[in-house]
Design a binder for this molecule. Structure first.
Ligand code: PMP
Length: 346
């Protein structure tokens, strides 16, 4: 099997990182004078560049997720992390990635941006990966396989044995996008990071952790991969306000877990209420904070709901999602408004 060094783009292997002014020094831990970065010296809370290695945030994540700091890289949302991975491993106009539609749209957008071919293998009818077909379309230029589990927009998790087989047999990097893992009763693949050198896991503070507004995405991988990503990331990619807010809120793990509990209770209630809507023909199981439903005519229902002041996501053009709407679980009041609108439209 190819090693990480074999899989990296030659230009990335040769790349020397930009050395930022604060790589070696931490302002807070020193009484030195910092006249190295052409900043305005007058303190207003944001006049200094942020910590390029985001040590405080990583310390907290490392504790919460039980992973070593050296296995963590942070990005401006997990979208930036996904882009860094693409740029590290995929040579433009040569390499390809494999995605499993219906899935998160950014993988293909980022591939297009980076002039990387996207190969698609549809999920099965019950939204599981088709291992043999995936390995059939892969070749030596297939550098990344994106597995979104729990999957957006279907809401389900992929079976462990399917994922494990792909980790063993796929010749490139396997990225498991766990944006919704904190809503799931399945285990994260984080515990098995050491076992698979080609495993990369992405998570985010945007969903269960309630911090979509600060844009903080997380990549967990081997130290070897994290070192490369650190070389190519923009020097100060996580701003001061984001780092401070993340540190503040990550200390409140009890609040976060109460919110998750409440979202999960609301998800069950919503799923049960949806059963009484005559034109909802299918409610898909969910391991996330959203529910995919099949209706009689998704586009008509989508437009009707907007007129009732409720905005949902119309997924009807996605493969295997004909006439499907994706409904995010809101507050009890928001969910009630959704059900009231859906009932009215019967
Ligand atoms: N992965 C999946 C599966 C998502 O659904 C999303 C956001 N919708 C992301 C990644 C991106 O998250 P972030 O806010 O961290 O960029």
């Amino acid at each position: 099997m190819a090693t990480v060094q074999d899989l990296l783009r030659p230009s990335i292997k040769a790349l020397k990182a930009y050395s930022s002014a604060r790589d070696e020094f931490q302002e807070e831990t020193s009484d030195m004078v910092f006249i190295d970065a052409n900043e305005n010296p007058f303190n207003n809370g944001v006049n200094r560049y942020p910590d390029p290695q985001q040590n405080e945030v990583k310390d907290l994540l490392s504790e919460i997720k039980n992973v070593s700091k050296s296995n963590i890289l942070l990005g401006n949302g997990s979208d930036e992390v996904l882009d860094l991975l693409m740029r590290a491993f995929c040579e433009p106009n040569k390499d390809n990635i494999i995605i499993l539609p219906p899935t998160y749209g950014m993988y293909e957008v980022l591939a297009n941006l980076n002039a990387v071919e996207t190969r698609k293998v549809l999920l099965s009818e019950d939204f599981q990966p088709e291992g043999d077909q995936i390995l059939d379309v892969a070749d030596s230029n297939s550098k990344i396989l994106f597995l979104c589990s729990p999957n957006n927009p279907s809401g389900n998790s992929f079976k462990d044995y399917e994922v494990e087989a792909l980790l063993k047999k796929f010749g490139g990097i396997v990225v498991i996008d766990e944006a919704y893992i904190d809503f799931s009763n399945q285990d994260s693949w984080l515990d098995r990071l050491e076992e698979f050198p080609n495993l990369v896991i992405t998570q985010t503070l945007s969903k269960a952790y309630g911090m979509a507004g600060i844009r903080l995405g997380i990549c967990y991988a081997s130290q070897e991969i994290i070192k490369v990503l650190n070389t190519i990331k923009p020097p100060y990619n996580i701003n001061v306000l984001t780092q401070n807010k993340a540190v503040e809120l990550l200390k409140q793990t009890d609040v976060i877990s109460d919110e998750i509990d409440s979202i999960l209770i609301e998800r069950s209630r919503l799923m049960s209420d949806l059963k009484s809507i005559s034109y909802v023909s299918k409610i898909y199981p969910s391991d996330t904070n959203f529910v995919l439903v099949k209706v009689d005519d998704a586009t008509t229902r989508y437009n009707q709901l907007i007129k009732e002041g409720v905005v949902v996501r119309n997924r009807t053009t996605q493969p295997l999602c004909e006439n499907c709407l994706r409904l995010t679980v809101g507050t009890p009041l928001e969910n009630k408004m959704l059900i009231t609108a859906l009932t009215k439209l019967q």
